[in-house]
Ligand binder design. Structure first.
Ligand code: NDP
Ligand code: MG
Length: 388
């Protein structure tokens, strides 16, 4: 029995993960579930899955909660420290990192330190501290398996050849709701509702806005750089509106391997839990009785400058990932509360990146300090400061 802690259980990844666990109840068991503030949804999940632990990471929630919301067999813990405790707990075999943002780093770090199988959806962990996280995993021997669909695809396709024969990888991107839009149209016609309406994937609001700006692909380029130990110029991006081909791996002899499946996160989540085994699908499969048209286009870096920032940050490394990520998290919040225009997201992130004190080999505490700094800078950013 694989005993699983789902960090961020109430989110999009978390609920898909619980669907996978429910579909394979004889082999997968929920050991712990966590949420930040949505304690009622968490309590419902606990009644269904009866975990040993539930964690509510926002300590302010304690005062609002009714007495008997959770089942008797579940111990409820509060605060971000509890995330680390359950991630390292001896009764947990696998930790699914489904928290959004840099807030996911602590739980992922604790799980890797404790040598768990770590199914990592939280790309921000690798964007902020990729080299340190990979170094920790190498030291402890923890299995770090990607859940992000593109990285899962690369992980799977890499099994088809020797690592030293790899030439490059190509991440696919749906292009989001604004695919094909010009810079001018993006300035003029983007609304919050449109940015939150992704054409192919159902996801949480932060990653949905990131997909619309292509910042998501930027973060994924950085994630891939560290996860697969690649040079920045070994990573390409192609727009693929159908979201069926989840990425490509090209070997030195010119052979290209890809992984295909309908756009649904249950497959990459399940594979991260079962690797190297494959179990019966818990989500949709390809329908070979219908026709598919698969298209691929190069990305428009002028209309979507966030992607260019991703390539630059992947090239420079050091403190850049932490600064870009924190700046972007606040920029997305500001866009959603109406205080920042959509096209200002990459502009403001670029300004803050250019203004930070770069260090090529930062410690974890330095990265966390810069994360805080970049959040404050982004909160205060006004377009008149722009150098563009
Ligand atoms: P959601 O917004 O749907 O869910 C986020 C989860 O994290 C919720 O359980 C939320 O709790 C919890 N959470 C939010 N803030 C904090 C915090 N400060 N501390 C602890 N927990 C917190 O996000 P997604 O599921 O869409 O994304 C999760 C991660 O997976 C992201 O890193 C994303 O980039 C990545 N990912 C997601 C994909 C998807 O299809 N959704 C695809 C590939 C990667 P509460 O409900 O209480 O707010
Ligand atoms: Mg992805």
């Amino acid at each position: 029995m694989n005993r699983i802690a789902v960090l961020g259980a109430t989110g999009s990844i978390g609920t898909s993960c619980l669907d996978v666990i429910a579909a394979h109840g004889s082999r997968l068991q929920v050991a712990a579930l966590t949420a930040h503030a949505r304690w009622e949804s968490l309590a419902q999940q606990c009644h269904q899955f009866k975990p040993q632990f539930a964690v509510i990471s926002d300590p302010a929630v304690r005062a609002q909660m009714g007495g008997n919301a959770f089942p008797r067999e579940t111990e409820v813990l509060f605060g971000p420290d509890a995330l680390e405790r359950i991630s390292a707990h001896p009764d947990v075999d696998t930790v699914v990192c489904g928290i959004v943002g840099a807030a996911g780093l602590r739980g992922a770090w604790a799980a890797i330190e404790a040598k768990k199988r770590v199914a990592i959806a939280n790309k921000e962990t690798l964007v902020v501290a990729g080299p340190l996280v990979m170094d920790l995993a190498a030291r402890t021997g923890a299995d770090l398996i990607p859940v992000d669909s593109e990285h899962s695809a690369i992980f799977q396709a890499l099994l088809g050849g020797r690592r030293k024969d790899l030439k490059r990888i190509v991440l696919t991107a749906s292009g989001g709701p604004f695919r094909g839009w010009s810079k001018e149209r993006l300035e003029r016609d983007v609304t919050i509702e449109r940015a939150l309406a992704h054409p192919t994937w159902q996801m949480g609001p932060k990653i949905t806005v990131d997909s619309a700006s292509m910042m998501n692909k930027a973060l994924e380029v950085i994630e891939a750089r560290w996860l697969f130990d690649l040079e920045f110029d070994q990573i390409g991006v192609m727009i693929h509106p159908q979201s069926i081909v989840h990425s490509f791996v090209e070997f030195i002899d010119g052979s290209v391997l890809a992984q295909l499946s309908p756009p649904d996160m249950k497959l990459p989540i399940q594979y991260a839990l079962t690797y190297p085994e494959r179990w019966t699908a818990s989500g949709p499969s390809m329908n070979w009785a219908q026709s598919y048209q698969l298209e691929f286009f190069p990305p428009d870096l002028e209309a979507f400058p966030a992607l260019q920032l991703g390539f630059e940050v992947a090239r420079r490394g050091g403190t850049c990932g932490a600064v870009l990520n924190a700046g972007n998290e606040v920029a997305v919040q500001r866009f959603l509360d109406g205080s920042l225009k959509f096209t200002e997201i990459p502009q403001a992130c670029g300004d803050i990146l250019n203004g930070h004190n770069f260090d090529a080999q930062p410690s974890l505490s330095e990265l966390l300090r810069l994360d805080e700094w970049a959040r404050k800078e982004m909160q205060a950013w006004k377009s008149s400061q722009s150098t563009c």
